[in-house]
Design a protein around this ligand. Structure first.
Ligand SMILES: Cc1cc2nc3c(=O)[nH]c(=O)nc-3n(C[C@H](O)[C@H](O)[C@H](O)COP(=O)(O)O)c2cc1C
Length: 348
């Protein structure tokens, strides 16, 4: 009954709106649910039970109640953390958060492709900035509003910071935010911040990861540090990232971000600049996970085109320890997590 509610009633309404307006509306509703026990109860009833004790696991020293998480970018400012838990996610990645607050690119900057079950976005890390978000997270903790599922924090470079000062920019966010993170992701793979993906180059990435791990090691409780990579890297570059991740004793790798390859879209609809996500990304993201798993024993968080149990299983079979979704949640709605988790749980 509730699956048709989203797919046949709410989704058509949302899809008649501008995509970013719909996202803002959904986030406002989810933020309200996050703060209210009664509304969280309602969300849980809508989503359905997704307890699957057999799926719980420990990855890089963190206990995950199930391996299906919300990917970065959906809840950039961490306003609905407890709502994600109520929807059955096993973990949530907040961010990307940058050192400076920033508005992101001009609108429109988010586009739907329902026939391809895809999105294209060029949001450009719109977020409230590391200082404001550290205060927000601290207030949530003090108020007893922190979720019980693990929270990852994804950090990126502020747009106005020149590339040669990127390390300081990431360090600022890391220092402000590590205390609230069960794991920290270094995002060097968004196509929407000019020059960012150059930080995936061997030398640049080594300098960045070295500096962040040095800061991390100085903490009383160092955090699992991961790097998130693009699906557009050549196989040799992916092998380089795996080697660097090992060298710098990272906790894992998140693969992948959105792709700049729009060839899955009809020719006349390839005009929008930005990163493509969803079903057309699935095969390449899985191939990147498989390649990484052949190069390193570090845990991999797989993301890209997960929208049902089969696509999730494909990622685990390729070597992932955890999966995340973004676009699959937009198309599948609030019951999709339960559907994936319960189907995975039946065979676990
Ligand atoms: C609208 C939108 C915004 C995103 N913002 C971020 C972001 O801020 N940081 C990040 O690391 N990834 C971001 N992503 C990428 C997702 O986390 C994910 O890696 C990608 O969409 C592939 O997964 P999917 O096919 O399940 O959507 C964003 C994706 C979308 C669609």
């Amino acid at each position: 009954m509730l699956v048709p509610l989203y797919r046949h009633v709410l989704r058509p309404l949302f899809f008649r709106m501008d995509p970013e307006r719909a996202h803002e509306l959904a986030m406002r509703a989810l933020a309200a649910c996050s703060g209210s026990p009664a509304l969280r109860g309602l969300l849980k009833a809508i989503a359905g039970r997704s307890d699957a004790p057999a799926l719980a696991r420990e990855v890089f020293g963190v206990r995950f109640p199930n391996p299906v998480g919300l990917a970065a970018g959906f809840d950039k400012n961490g306003v609905a953390l407890r709502a994600w838990e109520a929807l059955g996610f096993g973990f949530v990645e907040a961010g990307t958060i940058t050192a400076r607050a920033q508005p992101g690119n001009d609108r429109p900057r988010l586009f739907r492709f329902p026939e391809q079950r895809a999105l294209v976005n060029r949001l450009g890390f719109n977020n409230r900035g590391a200082d404001a978000l550290a205060a927000h997270f601290s207030a949530l903790r003090t108020a007893g509003q922190w979720p019980s599922i693990p929270v990852g924090i994804n950090i990126g470079k502020s747009k106005i910071t020149p590339l040669d000062q990127a390390v300081e920019d990431y360090l600022h966010s890391f220092r402000r935010l590590h205390a609230y993170a069960d794991y920290v992701v270094v995002n060097v793979s968004s196509p929407n911040t000019p020059g960012l993906r150059q930080l995936q180059g061997r030398e640049e990435l080594s300098a960045l990861l070295g500096a962040l791990q040095a800061a991390n090691r100085g903490l009383e409780r160092p955090r699992p540090l991961l790097v998130k990579i693009a699906p557009d890297l050549a196989d040799g570059q992916i092998a380089d990232v795996a080697a660097l991740a090992d060298e710098h004793a990272l906790a894992g790798i998140v693969a992948t971000n959105t792709t700049i390859d729009h060839s899955a879209l009809p020719v006349d609809r390839r005009g929008e600049t930005g990163g493509l996500s969803g079903a057309p990304l699935r095969a390449r993201a899985t191939a990147v996970v498989r390649l990484l798993a052949s190069q390193t024993r570090l845990p991999i968080i797989a993301v890209g085109g997960v929208d049902d149990a089969e696509s999730a299983r494909e990622k685990f079979d390729a070597g992932a320890s955890l999966v995340q979704l973004y676009t699959g949640f937009v198309y599948g709605g609030p019951t999709v997590v339960r559907e994936i988790v319960s189907a995975l749980g039946r065979v676990a």
